[in-house]
Design a protein around this ligand. Sequence first.
Ligand code: AMP
Ligand code: TRP
Length: 338
Amino acid sequence: MTGYQGPERVFSGIQPSGGMHLGNYLGAIRKFVDLQTQHECLYCVVDMHAITVWQDPKSLRDQTFHIAAAYLAAGVDPAKATVFHQSAVPAHAELAWIFSCVARLGWLDRMTQFKDKAGKDKERASVGLYTYPVLMAADILVYKATHVPVGEDQKQHLELSRDIVGRFNREFDAPDFFPLPEPLIKGPGARVMSLRDGTAKMSKSDASEQATIYLIDDADTIAKKIKKAKTDPEPLPSEPKGLESRPEAANLVGIYAALSSKSDEDVLREFGGEGFGKFKPALADLVVEKIAPIGAEMRRLQADPGHLRQVLVAGAERASALAEKTVRDVKEIVGFVV
Ligand code: AMP
Ligand code: TRP
């Protein structure tokens, strides 16, 4: 496939398109924090991805600071990891163009996220929304990143990145040039579901505020949302098998397990046979204990956007140095005059 011999490197990104929530934390940001001690990491606020659907320019900048604040509040340390915003490093867009000439229409046609986001009226979706996975591949590969921590929903996009690498390395006879990026998806919290519907993922854009626990929610709000979360009338089973076909119960147990670093088995050993009247308050206490301090720190950081801007700009400078080198090499490989 690829004979890439370079160093291991971690890249991931989150779009500044809405409030950061528990799914983002468990599926992505928490992994970012764990990875930074052992690996070279780049964590990006992907503002160019966000504008594939309409973003009010008046709030986009604040949203960008919001994601940066979430990274830092959760424990990403800009002295260890490079934290920056995508639009500050033009090499992403340059490589994306070249990759858009490598990727095939048929590959993009298969992307389920485009179908979900474009809805019925795909004629009216932006061209950027369609080619979004190509930009994502460029984000990762402009740093020759080898590992990409993301939630379950990004798996298909990562596969497309791998297809692009395969074709690029083969067509340009550069078998060692790009690594095949590995998704880091597994683990509890890879797919946190809505509190109102255990079959829909928790998302920034749910119509009901009650469906999503935002990192910025205060303790009271978190407790209320968990109290109101949809459940069924049965008590909790004593084994994970008993959660099958009980998506809401499975989700709440999964959240408890992920936040307490236990397995579903352990949680059910403790709470099996109990009703939600007992389990929900325990879950609310745990979520408040883990999430409320992050929210408080986010509020503190967001009150000083000047500092966040400095962090992002300094990160972008470091990122640019790596990215420009890759683009220079790619131009050479493709046959552009450099
Ligand atoms: P997004 O909010 O779609 O920009 O996603 C940012 C990151 O959070 C990506 O790595 C997603 O895979 C992850 N993520 C988003 N929603 C969830 C969820 N409900 N459960 C787990 N991970 C999620
Ligand atoms: N597509 C990702 C999402 O919607 C965000 C993203 C953009 C990303 N570029 C990336 C994630 C590169 C990982 C690596 O969540």
